[in-house]
Design a protein. Sequence first.
Length: 493
Amino acid sequence: MLKKILVANRGEIAIRVMRACRELGIDTVGVYSDADQDALFAKYADESYLIGEGPPHKSYLNMDKIIAVAKATGCDGIHPGYGFLAENAKFATAVRDAGIEFIGPSADSIEKMGDKIIARSLMQQAGVPVVPGSTSEVTELAEAQRIVAKIGYPVIIKAAGGGGGIGMRVVREDSELEAALEITRNMAGSAFGNPSIFIEKYLEHPRHIEIQILADKQGHTVFLGERECSIQRRHQKLIEESPSPVVTPELRQTMGDVAVKASRAIDYYNAGTIEFIFSEGKFYFLEMNTRVQVEHPITEMVTDIDIVKEQIRIASGLPLDFAQEDIRMNGWAIECRINAEDPLNNFAPMAGKLRGYRSPGGIGVRVDSGVHAQYAIPPFYDSMISKLVVHGRDRNEAIERMKRALFEYIIVGVTTNIPFHKAVMKDPMFVRGELSTHYIEEQKHLSEEMRRVIEETKSLQEKLTGIFKDDRKAAAVTAAVTAYLSSLAAVED
């Protein structure tokens, strides 16, 4: 088993990894930017080191500095979390070349799945269904026209190295095609350093369903059920649930078997996620995320398997200690991403200080967060405050539990998307499980419902936020918590 792990990330995912390490008896090293010097994760780690300024390229993307800290502190493993360097093949190689275990898949797997054109080709060769479209990079207008003539409009043009919805453009008629190719190619080159693009058939009302897999280095691969991730803004997920309302046990087995086949086709090991587009009863390979997903907690809630612990065990060379037949899905889990953003202003990110913070609790409620009262949200990173996760015996109970948890969640000082989540939980279409990736843009009434929710809860919010009025007291409590965590680290050292 690994003895000391550097967590090359920040915020809630850094704490999530450190918690798993603490339960396994593994020492942790945190790295932080000057914008995060007062962040909870930097205090939670057994050791923490400043690695640069706030902008990611000066800190969390600085491979050399991160590896240097790992070597200087005697780490034998580095966990990249998600984002930043998690899917960077060059980083994975550099870590292993330094004699340190990269807690993730091989650099070869990362590289293959990082290029969507190569990934599509490999999946087709493995017999995995892919969305109809080009089989290689599209470089000429005439080539694009031949592909479109075969699969029909609408189509979507994508960047080979893209992600997060960047570098995608829908085309519905011939007159739009040439300009769309040029715009997407330029965007891809600017954003990802790779101008390669490809074309797929655009599915109008698809669902986004993904399969979580775990694979050890001895060749054993299992799947842990599915996650429904259709509620998105700008192709970024906001609400996830497991299982999916439309997946039957038979379909789950089929999709799981395909996900395992896809993973084995590239000799994959560690945790990974195969993302599918689901439309009209059929599913198609979208991409593979070669890391732990943001939404992994809902899978943990319904399977009772600690995915991060399994990542560490696999990286340590240990085999999975359970087989596919041992995995059972119990109940229903829903995750709401609580972000500092204005849902009534196109989900614009909001920086600021949390003048008051109280997270929900009670049976079946989990909050993965990296913030605290008086914490200032830096402008350099993702606006996520926390992941609010609930578990119930069935979907109805999970929805009602999420409503209750959202009611209890009090955040003062910054605008959040909590009103959005409250509105969705009450929406009849969501309650019926009738979802697609266009849910937000098509549910026009959500804006009015959010305004109503804000008005309804205004007096309650004012009453509850009164407990945060004494800023000096809140600051003293925060200082006491920080001192306590620091003393724990000092004692353990």
